[in-house]
Write a new protein. Structure first.
Ligand SMILES: Cc1cc2nc3c(=O)[nH]c(=O)nc-3n(C[C@H](O)[C@H](O)[C@H](O)COP(=O)(O)OP(=O)(O)OC[C@H]3O[C@@H](n4cnc5c(N)ncnc54)[C@H](O)[C@@H]3O)c2cc1C
Length: 451
């Protein structure tokens, strides 16, 4: 480590002992010095991955596989992996929590990457040092897969307390953890009245998730004889994706329970009165304001990128999604920094675990090629999406999306390549599809965790 880097660490209050793992380099010459001085300094390059979820853990496994000489370190704030996919089935009591959880240690040991439980608080791309709540660590390449965050400002302005109250009282459950557990308790304690589910406005994590959740909660209510309504407030004109399949399931399986309301945008929430204030766009384009009372609610606000993306200075737009050079997921701002998963912006990729996993593979190949001095992938395979939604305890519907690079023209008539999606929906629910849902999930878990 050179002096300037040591000085930097001193200035930030982090001594050598607190520095659990040394980064390699801010220049080629630094690499040797860094290895000499730090306890666990890598002999080769180090790839740091922020976020041990669907994207980050895939990248970790496959970078290590393709470039075993590389030190791969995952920084993750949580102690345990909990899957969001299939969590709606768990919510309805159809599968146990064990199905959704994995420990972080077994896969790290088996595949040879390091897992550090810590929260990232700063990223300095100039010095290539990431600061966390437990110390700092350098990198040669940085992969960001930190997922989403909530933006409550449209409902509560700058009132952070109201936003937090809403998150706790009407848990959105788009981020794994307490919100899911709280929502399940609310469903189990629900004795009737309105249970409101609001679909987020704009791009959000797992587009079919709110519709699947409504179906699975209705399934639970039907099974347990709970009299009450699930009101879905959707800013869109119809559910998407898999709209026909969801609407058929609501009508045929839960006619007395699910009340789907299109063109209904949540304006704010009156937490004291337990009322959701909604702007409804009518058929003649006029809008009207409605106040809908709730006994319980699952309110999903606007999604934005995790603040890790802004911390790294690689974000763009209001929602702060990462800005990349597609199709390699290298950021436009820094060729050593890659963004994958739900934090990706600007491309027609849905925010899904399947896509995050596919992007993890692509970035792993890309980084391994760079490290090993092989030609980098100019035209990589694009990630593909397959997504199943359960509508009761047995049956599911599905959507597959393939992406391809197509020729197009920009506004000035110049030739460009754009990524275009092609969707294939299967809206006929079936038990076969229900079984495939579980097979898909187990396959994903094997790919990420080995079992
Ligand atoms: C109800 C529901 C159902 C879903 N169903 C499906 C489905 O059927 N199929 C499908 O493909 N997808 C589904 N998804 C979507 C899927 O869960 C996400 O798309 C996927 O998790 C995105 O992966 P990611 O790596 O971007 O983020 P995540 O998996 O969320 O991982 C991000 C990680 O980063 C960590 N992190 C964040 N900030 C920090 C920090 N400062 N320091 C350290 N660590 C940090 C987080 O703790 C987290 O573990 C579903 C989502 C929901 C909510």
């Amino acid at each position: 480590m050179n002096l300037s880097r040591r000085d930097l660490l001193k200035a930030s209050g982090i001594g050598a002992a607190a520095l659990a793992l040394g980064g390699t380099t801010a220049s080629a010459a630094d690499t040797t010095a860094a290895s000499e001085e730090l306890m666990s300094a890598p002999t080769g390059k180090r790839v740091l991955i922020i976020g041990g979820g669907w994207g980050g853990l895939t990248a970790a496994r496959y970078i290590k596989k393709e470039a075993p000489e590389t030190e791969v370190v995952v920084l993750e704030k949580r102690d345990m992996f909990v899957s969001c996919p299939l969590s709606n089935e768990w919510l309805a009591g159809e599968i146990p929590m064990d199905f959704l959880t994995r420990d972080y240690f077994t896969a790290a040991k088996e595949f040879g990457y390091k897992m550090l439980q810590t929260t990232v608080t700063g990223i300095d791309r100039k010095t290539r040092i990431v600061t966390t709540t437990t110390g700092s660590i350098g990198y040669d390449y940085l992969v960001l897969s930190p997922g989403i965050a909530y933006d409550y400002s449209k409902w509560f302005g700058k009132d952070a307390l109201a936003a937090e109250r809403c998150r706790q009282e009407c848990p959105p459950a788009l981020i794994h953890g307490s919100e899911h557990v709280a929502l399940k308790k609310m469903l189990e304690d629900f004795e009737g009245g309105n249970f409101i589910i609001s679909v987020p406005d704009g791009a959000y994590r797992c587009p079919p998730a709110p519709y699947e959740r409504a179906a699975m909660m209705a399934h639970y209510m039907k099974k347990n004889g709970i009299k009450g309504k699930i009101i879905i407030l959707d800013p869109k004109a119809k559910p998407a994706p898999k709209g026909p399949g969801f609407l058929a399931a609501y009508k045929e399986l839960y006619p007395d329970i699910v009340d789907y309301r299109p063109n209904s945008l949540v304006k704010t929430v009156d937490l004291d009165k337990k009322e959701v204030v909604v702007t409804v766009t009518l058929a003649d384009e006029r809008t009207e304001e409605q106040r809908i009372p709730y006994a319980a609610a699952n309110l999903m606000p606007v999604n934005k990128a995790s603040d890790i993306i802004a911390m790294a200075g690689v974000s763009g737009g209001k929602a702060g999604w990462g800005v990349m050079t597609s199709p390699t997921f290298q950021t436009k701002a820094d060729e050593r920094v890659f963004v994958i998963g739900d934090a990706v912006g600007g491309y027609p990729y849905p925010k899904s675990g399947a896509i995050a996993n596919g992007q993890g593979h692509i970035v792993a190949s890309q980084i391994a090629s760079i490290i090993q001095g092989r030609p980098t992938l100019k035209e990589v395979t694009l990630p593909q999406n397959i997504c199943y939604s359960m509508v009761n305890g047995e049956e599911a519907i599905s959507i597959g999306v393939t992406f391809s690079l197509m020729d197009d023209k920009d506004l000035n008539g110049n030739d460009i390549k754009v990524i275009k999606p092609k969707m294939t929906e299967n809206n006929t629910r079936s038990t076969e599809m229900g079984k495939t849902t579980h097979e898909w999930y187990k396959g994903m878990m094997r790919d990420i965790f080995g079992s």
